[in-house]
Design a protein around this ligand. Structure first.
Ligand code: NAP
Length: 258
């Protein structure tokens, strides 16, 4: 197959958790541009509906918005069932919903720790598990988990030990699922972004001094744009990555190289 054709997603169905905003929305836009029908999954249903409607209008693909809290196993199972019933298949699942909490380790409550682990790690597991079951039955698929460069380095100056630990675990979970499901034609990979200028970050005046510190130690001397992640998520979703599984792609403007 022609290399450009390998990247096409026409006839494929994707869902993206945390898809209403930020990185998740950008991934969904990229998939729609490549021709996929898709479901926007988010705890914020109003934002998910708006994103789904925008994407359908802009790119002429079929979209669906479903409210789901990725920490709740029954909600995740039911969401995956709805996507499968609505579109007839699930080829691409992106477990992207995640939160960051900046609390010094010595002050962190158990509930704060648990909240980060529940969303960032258990949420990824539940999403991949539910999608994996469908993909195993259907004979294949591609699962992509959003990890972070924070799984490899310790960000400074903000204290975020639960976040860092959760993201390192996502990368190892990704490898584990990839090995378990390789013979079932279900590929599992991760993307580990560095600092990405989503609206939440760029529109928070309190973060300005931090952004200066982060970009100063980034070789490319800037944050990434959400759109600059679209290529790697498209590669991993598409037939172009048919021999890629169990890998984690760090996209960080060179941050972890130094
Ligand atoms: P974002 O703009 O906050 O978007 C995340 C979306 O996920 C929001 O719509 C959020 O809803 C939703 N969400 C939160 N908890 C959820 C839950 N329990 N179930 C379902 N949806 C939930 O974040 P982002 O910056 O795009 O980050 C997306 C992913 O990339 C995260 O996993 C993050 O850790 C990772 N990442 C981000 C960066 C970065 O610099 N931005 C760097 C590395 C990795 P609410 O807004 O209502 O909470």
């Amino acid at each position: 197959m022609n290399i450009l054709d390998q990247f096409k997603l026409n006839g494929k169905v994707a869902f993206v958790t945390g898809g209403a905003k930020g990185i998740g929305k950008s991934i969904a836009v990229g998939y729609a541009q490549a021709g996929a029908d898709l479901a926007i999954i988010d705890i914020d249903i109003e934002a998910a509906k708006t994103t789904a409607e925008e994407i359908a209008a802009d790119y002429g693909v079929k979209t669906l918005a479903i409210q789901t809290d990725v920490t709740q196993a029954e909600e995740v199972e039911s969401m995956v069932k709805k996507v499968q019933e609505h579109f007839g298949q699930i080829d691409i699942a992106v477990a992207n919903a995640g939160i960051a909490l900046n609390v010094p380790a010595e002050e962190m409550s158990l509930s704060e720790w648990q909240k980060v682990i529940d969303i960032n790690l258990t949420g990824v597991f539940l999403t991949a598990q539910a999608a994996g079951k469908v993909m195993i039955e259907q004979g294949g698929g591609s699962i992509i988990n959003t990890a972070s460069m924070s799984g490899y380095i310790v960000n400074t100056p903000q204290p975020q030990c639960a976040y860092n630990a959760s993201k390192a675990a996502v990368t190892q979970l990704t490898r584990s699922l990839a090995v378990e499901w390789a013979d079932k034609n279900v590929r599992v990979n991760a993307v580990s972004p560095g600092y990405i200028g989503t609206e939440l970050i760029t529109e928070a005046p309190a973060l300005e001094p931090l952004i200066k510190q982060w970009t100063a130690v980034t070789p490319q001397k800037r944050m990434g744009e959400p759109e600059e992640l679209q290529g790697i998520y498209l590669y991993l979703a598409s037939d172009a990555s048919s021999y890629t599984t169990g890998s984690d792609f760090i996209i960080d403007g060179g941050y972890t190289a130094i």
